[in-house]
Design a protein around this ligand. Structure first.
Ligand SMILES: Nc1ncnc2c1ncn2[C@@H]1O[C@H](COP(=O)(O)OP(=O)(O)OP(=O)(O)O)[C@@H](O)[C@H]1O
Ligand SMILES: [Mg+2]
Length: 228
């Protein structure tokens, strides 16, 4: 039996638009992700990949269906999570990497990377030393005191990866992490992702159009028209 970290059952999601009938975006998606697995989600634009990642990451709620996490000997079921415990699961156990980095512009790179650790209640000194280590391992030590606007797109994305890792999450959810980068920067991010893949304690779900990213995966799931 594989050790399942995350199961999604019959996820249905539609968006209501005033001018249209409800358009179904996910039409009953079920998925199991094993601990330590590197899963790539592929499929045409509009297939529902980002929508699915949002539901898996508890960033949005389905119309029906549910997700269940088995983390740290605890079961978290999306149907019975309070918004406070969903916040806890997201902050402590899930790291997010998006196509656009969403770094906070007023803060330095170091402060951005530290922020999730401070939210989790880590002492400042410990958050800082972890953040410095992560900046070292993503090759960004020399940019620690810069603001996001003062570094390149590839560096911004590396900072976002460092930030996603600081609370030592069980799961990384990445949505087109190389989608906004030129090929040299995309290759650098790919190298970092390849290292993360080899960490058995980390589960990785990535939506991507990149065959290079998908080539790193243990399993590729194809989505089309809101189905797998
Ligand atoms: N907030 C929203 N309101 C209404 N419709 C939405 C919303 N978000 C997504 N959609 C629709 O849901 C469908 C799936 O979108 P989604 O972003 O999940 O696709 P995707 O597979 O990630 O595509 P891409 O590869 O372009 O990122 C699309 O038809 C999109 O227009
Ligand atoms: Mg998308």
């Amino acid at each position: 039996m594989p050790d399942i970290l995350l199961s999604a059952r019959n996820l249905v999601k539609s968006y209501s638009l005033r001018s249209h009938n409800d358009t179904p975006v996910l039409r009953g998606v079920s998925l199991e992700v094993a601990r330590g697995e590197f899963l790539a989600l592929m499929g045409p634009s509009g297939a529902g990949k980002s929508t699915l990642l949002h539901l898996l990451g508890l960033l949005d709620a389905p119309n029906s269906g549910y997700t269940e996490f088995d983390i740290d000997k605890q079961i978290y079921d999306s149907r019975s999570l309070t918004s406070k415990s969903a916040d806890f699961v997201r902050n402590k156990h899930i790291g997010f990497i998006f196509q656009f980095h969403h770094l906070l512009p007023e803060f330095t790179v170091l402060e951005n990377v530290m922020t999730p650790a401070l939210i989790a209640g880590l002492p400042v000194s410990e958050a800082k030393s972890r953040a410095k280590e992560l900046l070292e391992s993503t090759g960004l030590s020399h940019r620690a005191e810069h603001k996001p606007a003062e570094i390149s797109g590839g560096e911004q994305q590396r900072a976002a990866i460092a930030r996603a890792l600081i609370n030592e999450p069980a799961l990384i959810i990445a949505d087109e992490p190389t989608g906004n980068l030129d090929s040299a920067n995309a290759a650098a991010i790919l190298g970092i992702i390849a290292q993360l893949r080899d960490r058995r304690d980390l589960t990785f779900i990535v939506a991507t159009h990149s065959t290079e990213v998908a080539a790193l995966a243990n399993r590729v799931v194809m989505m089309r028209d809101g189905m797998i």
